[in-house]
Write a protein that binds this ligand. Structure first.
Ligand code: AMP
Length: 329
């Protein structure tokens, strides 16, 4: 039996290099390794305010970038979360098996809600991991490749699976998060103490940025006072982040990247990081552009929705039956 692999990206903003390194870059290898379910987490994107047109455009972009990275719709299932209604139904059931205390301890909820008035925090933001647990178990996922920031949510899914199976028997498959050794948390170029997200135009490298802009952002990335190119996240967070980015673009280890830059100055180092990123992203942009022009993502998403609905509705039936909901054929 092939492993089942599930991963997704929220269409909340322009895709950035952290998304590329955590998910997109590995798609081809994942596809050769197991049965892949790759989705666009558009329902999750509604957990914070977003303009409808922006959400639509971002969703298309993610689909196009997935394809540009080598996702083959004949081998993998590519779909929009919102086109599989089982996600919303699973959410309605699982919200009864995850608790307020554990949800309020989620780092991502704490970070995202910290600057919001309590009266403006949507229930969806709070219950984000409930929806995510459904995403994962509906496809009987064994492996969930994510960045470091999503590990806690996958762990909570594991708690839910334990709780549910203890109560009802072996109904849900136990998933495991899988996190890259190199690049599990790409940091902002303007402030290497915070992670690169989709919201900081100076510190984020967006996959759609002009290559000249990418180069400029890297050349002006925050470094430190020393002059040695060394991996030391505690004392040299900026340099370490750039080393991780370089290693990731070149598919080499951090040690190999360090060895490559021995004796080189920061300026030269940054120039090579910029070359490496521009080389990868430049080629990706060409493929993305072609997919946007031919609208190849439309067929892929339609096809994926049919397969995803089939798989998810079977699992949902199993879940409904387990909890005592009547499933009349
Ligand atoms: P999101 O953009 O939050 O939907 O995340 C999509 C995927 O990218 C998830 O697996 C995240 O963990 C991953 N990710 C997002 N930002 C970063 C980052 N700065 N470094 C590494 N992984 C990231």
């Amino acid at each position: 039996m092939k492993e089942k692999i599930l991963t997704g990206i929220k269409p909340t903003g322009s895709l950035q290099l952290g998304n590329y390194i955590a998910v997109l870059k590995n798609l081809k290898a994942l596809q050769d390794r197991g049965e892949c379910y790759i989705f666009i987490a558009d329902l999750h994107a509604l957990t914070l305010p977003i303009e409808p047109e922006v959400l639509r455009q971002n969703s298309i972009d993610i689909a196009a970038f997935y394809l540009a990275c080598g996702l083959d719709p004949d081998k993998s299932t590519l779909f929009l979360q919102s086109s599989v209604s089982a996600h919303a139904e699973a959410n309605a059931i699982f919200q009864n098996y995850l608790y307020m205390g554990e949800l309020s301890r989620m780092t991502q909820f704490k970070d995202k809600s910290a600057k919001m008035k309590e009266s403006a925090i949507g229930l969806g933001l709070f219950a984000y991991p409930v929806l995510m647990a459904g995403d994962i178990v509906l496809y009987d996922a064994d492996i969930v490749p994510v960045g470091d920031d999503q590990k806690q949510h996958v762990e909570l899914t594991r708690d839910l699976v334990n709780r549910f199976n203890n109560r009802y028997g072996e109904v849900l498959k136990m998933p495991k998060p899988e996190i890259n050794k190199v690049g599990k948390r790409i940091m902002s170029l303007s402030d290497p103490t915070v992670k690169m997200s989709k919201s900081d135009p100076k510190g984020d490298i967006f996959l759609k940025d002009d290559l000249k802009v990418i180069r400029k952002k890297i050349m002006s990335a925050v470094t430190d006072l020393g002059c040695e190119v060394k991996y030391d996240p505690e004392n040299k967070p900026g340099i370490s982040n750039l080393l991780v980015i370089y290693a990731s673009m070149k598919d080499i280890s951090i040690e190999e990247a360090e060895a490559h830059f021995v004796g080189k100055r920061y300026g030269e180092f940054k120039g090579e990081v910029a070359d490496a990123v521009c080389d990868v992203i430049g080629k990706l942009q060409e493929r993305y552009q072609h997919i946007i022009e031919t609208k190849a993502y439309e067929e892929a998403l339609k096809k994926g929705a049919i397969k995803a609905n089939k798989v998810a509705s079977e699992t949902l039936k199993r879940i409904k039956k387990a909890v005592g909901l009547l499933t009349l054929e």
